[in-house]
Each structure stands twice: as C-alpha cells, then as structure tokens.
Design a protein around this ligand. Structure first.
Ligand code: GRF
Length: 220
C-alpha cells in the first residue's frame, strides 16, 4: 500500500500527532509525515516531532496581515514538502478558502465532541453542563465553516455523573488517538468518497490480492 504524505498542523501539546507517529512507527498506518507545522512557537508538539526526527517548523500567524496571507504561506510550505493530505491536530486557526482550494477534500480535522453538537472551543465543560449522557469525538473533512465539514468517523463515550471538563476530555482524547489514524488509513486506502454532506467508506479493494495466479493452484 502506497504511503500517503501528510502535513500535520498543530498549535499545542500534539498528543494526536504523537498517536499518528506511534502508528506509523508501529507499521500499522500507511502514511509518512512530510512536515509538522505549528502556528505557536512554544507548542510541545514541535518537541515531539523533533524527538522523532520529523521536519518541523513554525509559521506564526501573528507575522501575517490576515488569514489568507497566512494560509498562502501554509500552502507554500505544504506543497514544498509534497503533502497530499493536510491533518489538523489541535490546530486552533480557522482555515480559509485559500488552503481548501489548494487541497480539495484533502484537509481533515479532529473535534472533541459528536458533531454537529457542540462545535467550537472549550466544549468539554459545555457538554458536562448541558447534561448530555454521551459525547465523543469526530474526524471530518474541513469546509469553510467551523467544525461543519462532512464527517468521516466518530467515537462515542459516556458522560459520567462525576465528570468535569478535565475527566471527560481525558476519556475523549483516548478515542481521538484511535479514530484519527483510522481516518488517515482509510484515506490512504482510497476508501473515502465524499457525496455531498456524507462520506461513504468504500470496501477495501482486494482485487490485487486475488489477482495472483499460482501453478499448481493454491487451493484444489
Ligand atoms: C484535541 O482534543 C482536539 O480534538 C482539539 O484540540 C485538542 C488537541 O489535542 N481540536 P492535542 O494537541 O492533539 O493533544
């Protein structure tokens, strides 16, 4: 299986980046991290990338006159590293058409709630306060809205009576680290088909598996 070249955009700790690195190093994710980009110079995710010998750099949004100019620079860096899929992992900047048009249906994001419920930031406290009984996380393709793109994969967790934002966030983060590599693997296998708002997961193409001919035949 060909490895998809990904560019990971971060702003903070980078635990989702770490989960992707770990799956790649374990040989269970057909991807290659071509570059890690942070808009925050102090992001711990940069240290994680450097520890694994990955190209990592800062593109600080404060150095640009506006979102489009910032995204244009991101596109330059991503293209320069041959990126095929852009992976937003705790990247706290809204994406503009400039980046989306450069990577159509090739920009993914992870959100720590069951979209379309609870979009935006600081969702864990809102979920607990609202009193819902289940929450979870969502990987989706990014469109021009905030957390509104077609959904690729979701995982559900219970919200427990004694939960606060921190305990819920920790339970959800564990599932994030499982579903994000899965979404990237499905993309690498060419199995994600966007149909309007919906994402269809196509069956794994096994035609190459069965194409092998053996003489004498493998089975009688
Ligand atoms: C995650 O909960 C993610 O869903 C949200 O930001 C958090 C970032 O976590 N967008 P990390 O930087 O990957 O640890």
């Amino acid at each position: 299986m060909a490895k998809v070249k990904i560019g990971v955009l971060i702003s903070g700790s980078g635990s989702n980046l770490q989960a992707i690195i770990d799956r790649i190093e374990a040989g269970t994710l057909d991807a290659e991290i071509a570059v890690v980009i942070s808009n925050e110079p102090e992001a711990y995710g940069l240290t994680r990338a450097e520890k694994h010998g990955l190209p990592a750099l800062v593109v600080n949004h404060r150095d640009f006159p506006g979102r489009e100019a910032f995204d244009l620079r991101l596109v330059e860096v991503l293209r320069a590293h041959g990126v095929e899929l852009v992976v937003l992992a705790g990247f706290m900047r809204l994406i503009t058409r400039t980046l989306l048009e450069a990577f159509p249906h090739r920009v993914m994001n992870i959100h720590p709630a069951l979209l379309p419920a609870f979009p935006g930031v600081h969702v864990w406290g809102k979920v607990v306060d609202y009193g819902v009984k289940f929450s979870g996380c969502t990987v989706h393709f990014v469109d021009e809205g905030a957390d509104t793109g077609p959904i690729i994969i979701q995982a559900v967790v219970p919200v427990l009576d004694d939960d606060d934002a921190e305990t819920l966030a920790a339970r959800i983060l564990k599932q994030e680290h499982r579903i994000y590599p899965r979404a990237i693997q499905l993309f690498a296998e060419g199995r994600l088909k966007v149909e309007g708002r919906r994402v269809r997961v196509l069956p794994l193409d096994r035609s190459q598996d069965e194409a092998a001919l053996a003489n004498p035949r493998l089975e009688d």
